[in-house]
Design a protein. Structure first.
Length: 239
């Protein structure tokens, strides 16, 4: 589905997508996008930010509040870092600023669909085990995170970072490596994107976010996920 209020832009995206074999539904306002997403359950939503009757950010807020895991690629004429980070924080899977290359847009659509289909069943992701780091668990199949048995709501970007780190506890991940896990975001976005996701994750999985015990900063390198109880047991004792 393509939600784009600019008629020429919307038709251009439709033509490129249909040329690649996709069936495309085109809508021109936010309320129509929400209504049709709920009724038709598309495989991917290309979502413009500036639209009448509910902008793209409001559409994304509602979809994620409804626990929709629909892949969303956002398009916007806004180019400030704060706007881009807001889109990611709300749960966008990818973000492109206008003007953009239609060929790059198609490449990003292919990447999002490929990843979604791997996780939908039958592919490698379908057999992924539940990951556990101490009392934190990450279930790639159900897209669920728990801490001490309590469920934690994560955006798709937060979940991908946490799943990657939970698969290799105590490994130090650089910002660049975590950006690769997020995959294909606009070149404008820097390592601050990762910092925002880490900050939000700490609010969700740490008892004291300002004094993290699970999701640690390794200064000058990046971040690592660890089991606080195991770390305490390894710490040298003072006699």
């Amino acid at each position: 589905m393509v939600a784009e209020d600019d008629g020429k832009q919307g038709e251009l995206i439709r033509r490129y997508l249909e040329r690649e074999g996709h069936t495309v539904t085109l809508v021109r306002d936010g309320r129509a996008a929400l209504d049709l997403v709920r009724r038709r359950e598309p495989d991917l939503l290309v979502l413009d930010v500036m639209m009448p009757r509910a902008d793209g950010l409001d559409v994304l807020r509602v979809l994620r509040a409804e626990a929709s895991e629909l892949p969303v690629l956002m398009l916007t004429a806004r180019s400030t870092e704060d706007d881009l980070l807001l889109g990611l924080d709300l749960g966008a899977d990818d973000y492109m600023t206008k003007p953009y290359s239609p060929r790059e847009l198609m490449a990003r659509v292919r990447t999002l669909l490929r990843r979604t289909r791997r996780g939908a069943g039958g592919g490698p992701a379908a057999a992924d085990p539940v990951l556990a780091v101490g009392t934190l668990t990450v279930d790639p199949q159900r897209h669920e995170v728990t801490v001490d048995g309590t469920g934690v709501e994560c955006t798709p970007g937060e979940f991908r970072i946490l799943a990657a780190m939970a698969a290799e506890p105590d490994r130090v991940f650089t910002r660049q490596r975590l950006l690769e896990e997020l995959h294909g975001f606009d070149r404008y976005i820097s390592g601050r994107t990762v910092d925002v996701h880490i900050m939000n994750l700490r609010k969700k999985i740490e008892a004291a976010p300002r004094r993290p015990a699970r999701l640690l900063t390794v200064y000058g390198v990046g971040y690592k996920l660890t089991d606080p109880a195991a770390s305490a047991a390894r710490a040298p004792r003072t006699i």
